[in-house]
Design a protein around this ligand. Structure first.
Ligand code: SAM
Length: 410
């Protein structure tokens, strides 16, 4: 008999808290991976932690793992039953990229995210608690996988260490130049695990940051690690009613693909979506701006306009698309405002933000509005990730068909 995840969760009191450390990640990763080749990475800690939990909760009956397995995943996005490929989800946030690659038939075998509230949302939807700070996780603790995924944090960063001039002048050793940055953590994992492919996502400005030097060091590092690189800035507006431009970097391992992959970024169709398509019918009045805030925003915009600055609030044309949803949307919602008859405009609800990023309505939002705004603002246009992912997976599957042993499938 399969036990429901919700029952196990209640019995073991699985809950992400501020104090949650990696033991819960080991346990839930083991639950999701007990039958495949990567279980050994999680089993020892998971087993020890389960014993600890049993003692704490005074569970004396059925104290073995076998009692819990296999699990009936009664969560919105359960793991694939016959996965086509394995992937890891770094800087996972709430799992927008995971959802896209799960939809393509992939199985996530490792995830890392350090924010407590994002972990909460992640667990509620995927039944897995992410590991914490990636800078503290050895690459040796990460299971083998076919595709590495990571939308690393978008604060502009300068490449650390020796001066960039030196770095760019050198034939080798780009990896060293990225020490101390979160990109370095991605690179060290790629170096050790040698996935067949990867997809990295970041803000468009990464390309021009520091006169293009940051981006050059990133692409040179990835090439030096043995990958052929493809990159393009893509706009989410072809999938959702939101203007959201992101740089997507895709790499294929030279020793496997010999640089012959036929990968192309997806061709964009027509941008035919409108904000009115994602609006909820009955919206609580708490989302309407107060007269005070609305007056303030109008005065602030007028002042800046008089000075010739571009700042303004974004009163959205309901037949058009919105500006980019950002993690600061929770502050005043000024970048995307919905006009209303006879009263001040309102901000989007968290569910509307989810839709604006292309998440299905089955996605659970278990956190406060403020946290939800931050989480969706930090996330991705999920269907855009899926469109790019489809073309990556196509290459992996092609390769697997011609050379059955090359990629690690179940
Ligand atoms: C741009 S967001 C990625 C969001 C994700 N793609 C999604 O769909 O929700 C970057 C994430 O990296 C996380 N992060 C930043 N530093 C980290 C670290 N050292 N270890 C793990 N996660 C980290 C942040 O908390 C944030 O959620």
């Amino acid at each position: 008999m399969r036990r429901k995840y919700s029952d196990i969760k209640a019995k073991l009191q699985i809950e992400v808290k501020k104090t949650t450390d990696n033991e819960l990640a080991h346990l839930t990763h083991y639950f999701q991976n007990h039958e495949n080749g990567v279980s050994k990475y999680f089993q020892p800690t998971a087993k020890a932690y389960l014993e600890e939990l049993h003692e704490e909760l005074n569970i004396t009956q059925d104290p073995e793992f076998q009692y819990y397995l296999p699990i009936k995943w009664d969560i919105p996005f359960p793991p694939a039953i016959n996965p086509k490929f394995k992937f890891i989800d770094l800087f996972a946030g709430i799992g927008g990229i995971r959802l896209a690659f799960q939809n393509l038939g992939g199985k996530c075998v490792f995830t890392s995210e350090w924010d407590t509230y994002s972990k909460k949302t992640y667990e509620a939807n995927f039944g897995e608690v992410p590991f914490g700070d990636i800078t503290k996780i050895s690459e040796k603790e990460i299971p083998d996988h076919d595709i590495l995924l990571g939308g690393f944090p978008c604060q502009p960063f300068s490449i650390a260490g020796v001066s960039k001039k030196n770095a760019l002048g050198r034939a080798h050793g780009f990896l060293d130049e990225t020490q101390g940055t979160l990109f370095f953590d991605i690179a060290r994992i790629i170096k050790h695990k040698k996935p067949s492919a990867f997809m990295l996502e970041n803000v468009k400005n990464l390309v021009s940051h520091d006169k293009g030097n940051t981006f050059k060091v990133i692409t040179e590092t990835l090439k030096e690690l043995g990958y052929s690189i493809h990159y393009q800035v893509l706009d989410g507006k072809y999938f959702v009613p939101q203007h959201r431009e992101r740089i997507i970097i895709v790499g294929f391992r030279n020793s496997i693909f010999k640089g012959k992959e036929a990968f192309q970024f997806p061709k964009m169709g027509e941008a035919k979506f409108a904000i009115k398509d994602i609006l909820e019918k009955n919206v609580d009045k708490k989302y309407t701006l107060s007269d005070h805030l609305w007056n303030y925003l109008q005065q602030y915009a007028a002042k800046h306009k008089a000075k010739g600055n571009g700042f303004g609030f974004g009163l959205t044309d309901l037949n058009g698309i919105s500006r980019t949803l950002s993690a600061r949307y929770y502050k005043d919602g000024a970048e995307i405002l919905i006009p209303q008859n006879g009263k001040p405009p309102r901000r989007l609800t968290p569910r509307e933000c989810a839709r604006l990023q292309g998440f299905p309505d089955t996605f659970i939002i278990p956190v406060s509005d403020n946290q939800a705004y931050k989480q969706f603002g930090n996330s991705v246009v999920m269907p855009l990730m899926q469109a790019v992912g489809k073309n990556i997976v196509k290459e992996l599957v092609k390769l697997n068909e011609s050379k059955k042993s090359q990629i690690a499938v179940y």
